[in-house]
Write a protein that binds this ligand. Structure first.
Ligand code: SAH
Length: 247
């Protein structure tokens, strides 16, 4: 048995219900545990995450991933088409695929090694509707099979907020939502993102500030909604959005 196989995630039944109004099934808890064990063993080769203690993994990877999609968890949505841009080791995309099992989740990252790892995790956990894809958001968002086809786009720790807006809004269907997972959120970022989304067909729907339930870390989730088609020239070619942010 793997040395890491013995570490157990906390159940946190009451915390899930109190904080998210949602309770994982036994099967979902087993899948979270398997995900944890596989990330720990993959970490030795790939340096995926610094977060390895059970409680910290629960809070900063599982809880944090699902906190951003509470509106879609508790209303029992299904058949959502979701893309997680810059998913890395699969966050927030994999916990979302486990928690909303009838959704279809594309896990996009520009690093081939991480995506290959995600392919093995998805197969081993039997997550049928998660699709790891290697590529850059700027390129994927110009392909007709991806552009304006998603209900929900998530981004955590990928780029500056207005850059995330340029990556995500072209991928959304009309009426779809982008969720930006942020730590602190400043007035300057708010002004920059307002200027960016005005050019991309989006509006700022809401900004939710909250603390993580165990360590009290500051988080903000920024929700953007697509209200008009994004002009074809966005996103600009690979690298340009980050070099010359729209905001
Ligand atoms: N979302 C994960 C990983 C964050 S690290 C988490 O929160 O744990 C940022 C990841 O975004 C890296 O794996 C990097 O390869 C990827 N990335 C950065 N820019 C990207 C782009 N333009 N398109 C696709 N992936 C990108």
């Amino acid at each position: 048995m793997e040395k890491t196989g013995g570490l157990l995630l906390p159940g946190m039944e009451a915390r899930w219900v109190e904080t998210l109004g949602w309770r994982p099934s036994d099967r979902q808890r087993e899948m979270f545990q398997s995900l944890y064990e596989r990330i720990l063993s993959g970490n030795r080769r790939l340096n995926l995450t610094r977060i390895t203690e059970p409680e910290e993994f629960w809070e900063k990877h599982l809880w944090d991933s699902l906190r951003g999609v509470v509106p879609w968890l508790s209303r029992g949505y299904s058949h959502l088409k979701i893309i997680d841009i810059g998913t890395g080791a699969g966050f927030p995309g994999l916990p979302i695929a486990i928690a909303i099992p009838e959704s279809e989740v594309t896990l996009l990252d520009s690093t081939g090694k991480k995506v290959a790892f995600l392919q093995t995790i998805v197969a081993e956990l039997g997550i049928e509707r998660a699709f790891p894809v290697v590529g850059r958001a700027e390129a994927i968002a110009q392909m007709s099979e991806h552009r304006e086809t998603y209900d929900l786009v998530t981004l955590r720790a990928v780029a500056a907020a207005s850059v995330c807006a340029e990556y995500s809004l072209p991928l959304l269907k009309m009426g779809g939502t982008a969720v930006l997972y942020r730590g602190q959120w400043t007035e300057v970022e708010q002004k920059e993102i307002q200027r960016a989304i005005g050019q991309l067909g989006g509006v700022l729907e809401s900004v939710e500030g909250f603390e993580t339930p165990l360590s009290g870390g500051v988080r903000h989730c920024v929700y953007l909604r697509k209200v008009e088609p994004t002009p074809d020239r966005f996103p600009r070619p690979a690298g340009v959005p980050a070099q010359k942010p729209l905001g």
